[in-house]
Design a protein around this ligand. Structure first.
Ligand code: FES
Length: 106
């Protein structure tokens, strides 16, 4: 199990614990975290799973693939902390990761 902390734009904090191997998007959807829809089911085709990764965790993630990089261009409020949640698989190495949901998705 991996712990994930989601922080909404309004400051609401949700701590969830999910099976390893699930994506950040699945962790959010399975736990009804607002602001992350995952409309395409994780196919990297919708950008509704856009999240901002806490600075302390950014370097621990694998780099973006070209497909994620091009799809995330459509995400409102993209910045250097932006990733698509469906492309990040959870594992013990990411236990405790902190992510924020963007204002535009609420
Ligand atoms: Fe659609 Fe991530 S769920 S791009």
């Amino acid at each position: 199990m991996t712990k994930v902390t989601f922080i909404e734009h309004n400051g609401t904090v949700r701590n969830v614990e999910v099976d390893d191997g699930l994506s950040l998007m699945e962790a959010a959807v399975n736990n009804l975290v607002p602001g992350i829809d995952g409309d395409c089911g994780g196919a990297c085709a919708c950008a509704t799973c856009h999240v901002h990764i806490d600075a302390a965790w950014l370097d621990k993630l694998p780099p973006m693939e070209a497909m994620e990089n091009s799809m995330i261009e459509f995400a409102e409020g993209r910045n250097e902390s932006s990733r698509l949640g469906c492309q990040i698989k959870l594992s013990p190495a990411l236990d405790g990761i902190v992510v924020r949901t963007p204002l535009g998705q609420h």
